[in-house]
Design a protein around this ligand. Sequence first.
Ligand SMILES: [Zn+2]
Length: 124
Amino acid sequence: MSSRYCSPVFSFHGGLLPYNHEHEYLDPRWHRKKAKILQRDGRQCRIEGCGETVALEVHHIRYLPIHVWDYPDKLLLTVCGYHHNRLTRQQRAERGRKAVRARRAIMRNTARAYTRKKSLRRRR
Ligand SMILES: [Zn+2]
């Protein structure tokens, strides 16, 4: 597989865009990593009280600008499809809230800079 598609992509606010990793899930290095994580977690969904053993997936607790197979094991977790969906949705919502907070901070600072300039003009 060509590695030129593997460079991380950053969004406007510097956050990593995780969907760029998608093609990496076809790589044998990821398959080896996934097998290792499934083995570690006893081939069971690790969400408390679930214990599902079929159609297991490996969840990325955080996204990093590295290859999916280079993630430290502690950032990977065996989960069932249902819980993977829920975790991913939570992560997306959190990223959305962060983006909203970042936008609000920019607007606030811009407004502050503008009023500061105006008050300087008034003093002169
Ligand atoms: Zn589960």
